[in-house]
Ligand binder design. Structure first.
Ligand code: ACO
Length: 321
């Protein structure tokens, strides 16, 4: 019987200072605040400053999570960064973050699972913690989507924002993370992608986000429904046992569909999409940090984190707080 588990000991998040409201977008593309809000639930998003890099956003969120956990950067045994918008091709954003934090020698790597990235990163770190050889792990979701958007394409540029969220995992004898459930189906790769790559010193292919919005919508609702059933069954629980749903923040209508499936009132769902828009791998830890810091999520409660993203990838982590 395994006696090593991980608990979330601290959370942190960071949003760049600049706010871009729907009203501002009205001056950039043929759209309206009303269209964006009724279709997506988004009112505004944060945009990184030119000099800010993904690792800088990650650093701010990580420092807050470490402080909340009472863990020094030097005591980290593992750093996992989920991002689709790394600082550069390599080194990984996790390595760049490690040195900015002043941590040394611990393994550090990136996970690339787009909007499910934080779920993938958390599940991966939990497996390391269960080995019993790691005491403290940092898991971060950090993104600067504003740099991979076509700001002339109203069908995509209104949906995304920049930000970072982080958690510190601490080894424990009793589980905080109860179970994790990961899936992928690469046959949907073309439905949501940034098809560019670096080749021979040039960018080859279009390095901007493109998607089939209604196809993504349909897939996301079904995948999240299935995840709820799978997670609850794996833990021998009832839907009513879930105290909080912290979903990936892509679109309020996807979130509402997921809550309906759980038979859960929207009061029990953490929503930040109105203020953050879709920050991809950062959206779940950003929302989690908000609900932890304002006292909604409390000790002993069951918290379901779930997300779906490009790949397609999808996954859930069930946490006892
Ligand atoms: N402003 C005004 N009109 C717009 C805009 C805009 N920003 N964008 C599209 N339109 C127009 C379209 O051109 C279309 O016009 P037409 O009927 O004349 O052709 C009309 O609005 C309706 O477009 P639809 O695409 O049918 O609108 P829909 O109700 O499907 O909403 C949306 C589109 C919001 C993208 C929705 O499909 C969606 O949220 N999909 C999920 C996509 C998503 O969340 N992706 C994020 C990444 S994946 C993830 O995180 C899970």
């Amino acid at each position: 019987m395994n006696s090593h588990y991980s608990r979330i000991a601290g959370t942190g998040s960071y949003l760049p200072a600049k706010v871009l409201a729907n009203r501002d977008l009205e001056r950039m593309v043929d759209t309206t605040d009303e269209w964006i809000y009724t279709r997506t639930g988004i009112r505004q998003r944060h945009i990184a400053a030119d000099e800010e890099k993904t690792s800088d956003l990650a650093l701010q969120a990580s420092r807050k999570a470490l402080e909340a956990a009472g863990v020094a950067a030097a005591d980290l045994d593992l750093i996992v960064v989920a991002t689709t918008t790394p600082d550069m091709v390599f080194p990984s954003t996790a390595c760049l973050l490690q040195t900015k934090l002043g941590a040394r020698n611990c393994p550090a790597f990136d996970v690339q699972a787009v909007c499910s990235g934080f779920i993938y990163g958390l599940a991966t770190a939990d497996q390391f913690m269960r080995s019993g050889r790691f005491r403290n792990a940092l898991v971060v979701g950090a993104e600067i989507y504003s740099r991979i958007l076509d700001w002339n394409d109203r069908t995509t540029c209104v949906l995304f924002g920049d930000g970072a969220g982080a958690v510190v995992l601490r080894r424990d004898r009793t589980p905080g993370i109860l179970s994790s459930h990961l899936h992928a189906d690469g046959s949907y790769a073309n439905m949501l992608s940034v098809p560019g790559t670096v080749c021979g010193g040039k960018v080859s292919g279009r390095p901007l986000l493109q998607m089939d919005g209604s196809g993504v919508f349909r897939f996301a609702v079904k995948a999240l429904d299935d995840l709820v059933e799978e997670t609850i069954a794996a833990n021998g629980m009832q839907k009513a046992d879930i105290d909080w749903l912290v979903p990936h923040q892509a679109n309020i209508r996807i979130i509402q569909a997921s809550a309906r499936k759980l038979g859960m009132s929207m009061e029990k769902v953490v929503v930040t999409v109105d203020r953050h828009a879709n920050t991809s791998a950062a959206s779940i830890p950003l929302a989690l940090d908000e609900a932890v810091r304002d006292g909604r999520i409390r000790s002993g409660q069951h918290v379901l984190l779930e997300g779906v993203g490009g790949g397609f990838t999808w996954g859930a982590v069930l946490v006892k707080w």
